[in-house]
Ligand binder design. Sequence first.
Ligand SMILES: [Zn+2]
Length: 1056
Amino acid sequence: MKKEEIGSLKQKSRRWRSGAANERALRYREGEQIHGFTVQQVGRGFVHLRSRVRVGHVLPRWESLCRKVEAYPVTAVPELFLTAVKLSHDNTGARYLHVAREDSNNLFSVQFRTTPMDSTGVPHILEHTVLCGSQKYPCRDPFFKMLNRSLSTFMNAFTASDYTLYPFSTQNPKDFQNLLSVYLDAAFFPCLRQLDFWQEGWRLEHENPTDPETPLVFKGVVFNEMKGAFTDNERLFAQHLQNKLLPDHTYGVISGGDPLSIPDLTWEQLKQFHATHYHPSNSRFFTYGNFPLEQHLKQIHEEALVKFQRIESNTDIPKQKLWENPREHSIKCGLDSFAADPSKQTTVSVSYLLTDITDTFETFTLSLLSSLLVEGPNSPFYKALIESGVGTDFSPDVGFNGSTREAYFSVGLQGIAERDIDTVKQIVARTVDEVIAKGFEEDRIEALLHKIEIQLKHQSTSFGLALTSYIASCWNQDGDPVELLKIADKVSQFRQCLKENPRFLQEKVETYFKGNPHRLTLSMSPEEDYHDKQARMEAEKLKQKISVLSGEDKKQIFEKGLELIALQNKPEDASCLPALKVSDIEPKIPFTVLETTLAADEVPVQYCAQPTNGVVYFRAVSSLNTLPEELKPYVPLFCNVITKMGCGALGYREQAQKIELKTGGMSVSPHIIPDDSHLDVYEQGVLFSSLCLDRNLPEMMHLWSEIFNNPRFDEEEHFRVLVRKTAQELSNGIPDCGHLYASIRASKNLTPSGELQEMFNGMDQVKLMKRIAEMSDIKPVLRKLPRIKKYLLNSDNIRCSVNAAPQQISEASKEIEKFIKGITKSKKERKPVRPHVIEKSSDVKPGGCEMLNSLQITRKLINDPTFKPCQMKTHFVLPFPVNYIGECVRTVPYPAADYASLRILARLMTAKFLHREIREKGGAYGGGAKLSHNGIFTFYSYRDPNSLATLKTFEKAVEWAKAGEFTQQDIDEAKLAVFAAVDAPIAPSDKGMDHFLYGISDEMKQSHREQLFAVNSDKLIDVSNKYLAPGKSTRGLAVLGPENTDITKDPSWVKR
Ligand SMILES: [Zn+2]
């Protein structure tokens, strides 16, 4: 890149705003009274920030602070600041924390300490039920309705072990007020109607509610959600771990609800729990961002708090009484049908109770210590446990857990034989002794502190949300949240402790591990008929409930069932809810300035100058076009291990150490991207991603060169460890991502890239990894890796991108040039394996200003003109009690006007039809429709008690759409929801990525935007007929779930 160009880039980069939000917040004084609140403390935190404040703009009053900060070795640059204001509400004692920061993605959250004493799931069911309607907003489900009336960047609710949290974020001030009003009313004045409790919690209802002859069964959203949640063995283990390690109070029960205890909860108990726990005196409010604090305080005071008087909330959690002797416990779980070795499915861990989390420095130290113990191939527990070959991967919830009043540490293995439980215990004890004797290498401690530094500087788009989650547990125990934010202080204190006492960490290990009698060994083994047993216990519970019913009760149950359906079917008036208008949406997007140059005269490099806080992001895409077909299935495995096997002179341990010390991570992943011109055209490659501090770029690029030129494939045992871990992770992920696996499978035969998706990311890949993990001789697989390397790791067909601060671009371009010149290029051109390769260039036009250059990025795409999409229905029989369903329809590519209509239609169907039918009536945890970037329209359901009935519902949704039974208001709402996603904030590290990865320019985005605005009722009905109506397009179906007689009877289904 030429000098002048860098200068022009610099000038054109975004104007950074000054720190008005901080400045404003700093004016508050302790004791000052505002809208019923009193300011208690104004503090300044130095945590990882996305501040756009430039050094030169720092206000004079900050100067002394900045100097202080610079004295800390790890602390970031002075412009990284926020200001925290702590208040308390005069009449009720409600606590309030405001964090002012120059960030437009403002966040609100309210948190209640919820401490259930049984496993009926009362806080979880309450969390769902308060969102079903409130005094001011009595319509059904205002929460889900607001998703369509707002430009929120996040809306959700969480039930933790000891608190319930309601957060939202948005960039629009009017929207913030609207959402705040709805959230306050929901939390403090919910209707809590009996029917809401029935729908969200549990109920007895006839299988077919309109037919009293069908049997009575348990239904309810939370009931099904928790049944699904505990099919995940890792979740089951982690839940029991906490229950058994902290058995005396609220941590001894399941706050989310045990499916067998949920039916013991009554509506009265639910209302009582609300009255005692959702009270301002038991609440903590948090606001974050650049909107003024006064407005928030005024609204919260007037709309909610003014109506309450202080109560004694009595929700304190007592300290766990410490044990005199260690304990052991064992539990059962379901079989994992994807486990690499069926005889090795036992999990065991040893857990230690640590310290009170309100002791923030001790907690900080112990969490660092925990990372040193278990993270990366150089950690003592990785070496001792993972590399022992006894198991497949660490036990669930490994490492530090600070979400309970007293933190704990847990370590162990999964995928072991039952007889190896003792072996694992011995290894753990031996490793603790070794650490006490030897301590940690200094380099590893430095690498960890470097990691904190880079995490602090890396700017995410959900900083407010990260912050509220970060402080929630400690604040919940009345710890000081502002104290928690002073990470720089803690790092320096930590260094001081190490300096004064070289055995500082070893002594901690002695106190908290070696000499700690409050220690639990938990083991979990599978049972062939575990799920049958669970089903029998549920049937027993059901029998019990039914046996006490009188004739009158049964009649009422039938009538209530009909009433619930009638209520769910009633067209309703949501006009009580506030809403933004389509006219509130920005008509134009801001364009991102990109510059592309050639490195070594042939490799295109895209530069995007951004305020990245001293971090450089380097990415590259390399094509798979010349790779022989038989090697393709191994590409994901290749990607997974290529940065972990060692390179050049570095063994895998030294390499891991170097990566930790000099970068924020280096990773490789498969990259299959459908083209925007036609669904039968796609790009196949792998994506290299990495980031580092500015000063470390030469070292990071050197690491990449070594990986490209001299990757090592000589450590067979280490390779085996990585394979086992990957296979285990894939298998464990199915309960959480079942709907994605179903969707990938369903779209397999709809486009030429579908098959590749299934091969790389679908159930085919899960099965392949399982097979490899089971091989007694893994060498044949290992030998494939250097062959893949030859085709992928060279400069033949590569493009790169850099996101960095403007002043770093020139330095970065030199490093990239060096990198490209240093990696191999094939002597003769390799022929692509598939004959139909087309070259496609995409323009790089900076918006609004003159072209910086005319260079284009060329992508080599695969075209398959002979491809014929075909129908296919697959049923994966898995030992789960619930289903995951995907139905996919082939439609049109991104630039088509119909694409915009289908995108709005997917949202409209989800909000106005599928959510009601699949979740409210059907009892599934979730369901809906979406349009993917590859032009595949997908219907899906998640943790669904139904299978074929849900497929019928998908059909009905199409009928509903074709009939055009929606209003202009409905369409506008769907538009708002779609634009909320389209306009979600993009981090500086990701700016320009749509262009680099997918070839989508800002012009194309703007034109798509205009198409979205133009969607109307006629267009929606038209695309429903054109693509979704039966027989119009090719579709695929897939179900993951239990044995199913209806599906088995139907020969059109393929059973896998
Ligand atoms: Zn839930």
